[in-house]
Design a protein around this ligand. Structure first.
Ligand code: CO
Length: 134
């Protein structure tokens, strides 16, 4: 049921600086800063030929990214996002096999306007996984 790697999210302490590195040093196609108050983050999308990178940075004090940056002051890979055909089928399969879904219930609408869920790192070799409906 797993499809493409939709994006890799990297938490960064200074989103303007990180964005400039990708744009001016690596020559990547980079979006402007997009604020997402409902997720407590600001994001810059970087378009690569085969996937996307999302630079994410805290928007406020209770941002979920703030704690991550306290542990990783220089930033670090925060999560990977895989596409799935049907998010509800994925939820069913994961639940039946006792995989932990963060904030279980109805899938949230993610940064791309599509339903998403997050899966606990303890079930995925220490990596936070996002599933996004295709
Ligand atoms: Co994501």
């Amino acid at each position: 049921m797993i499809g493409k790697l939709n994006h890799v999210a990297i938490a960064v302490p200074d989103i303007a600086d990180a964005s400039s590195t990708y744009k001016n040093i690596l020559g990547a196609e980079v979006s402007g800063q997009i604020e997402q108050p409902e997720h407590g983050v600001k994001i810059v999308f970087i378009k690569l030929p085969n996937t996307k990178i999302e630079l994410i940075s805290p928007l406020n004090d209770n941002s979920p990214i703030r704690k991550f940056l306290e542990k990783n002051p220089k930033g670090g890979i925060h999560h990977l996002c895989y596409e799935v055909e049907c998010i509800n089928l994925a939820i069913q399969k994961l639940s039946e096999n006792n995989y932990k879904i963060l904030e279980p219930g109805i899938p949230k609408i993610g940064a791309h306007g599509k339903p998403i869920i997050f899966l606990h790192p303890s079930n995925f070799n220490g990596t936070l996984i996002e599933l996004q409906q295709k």
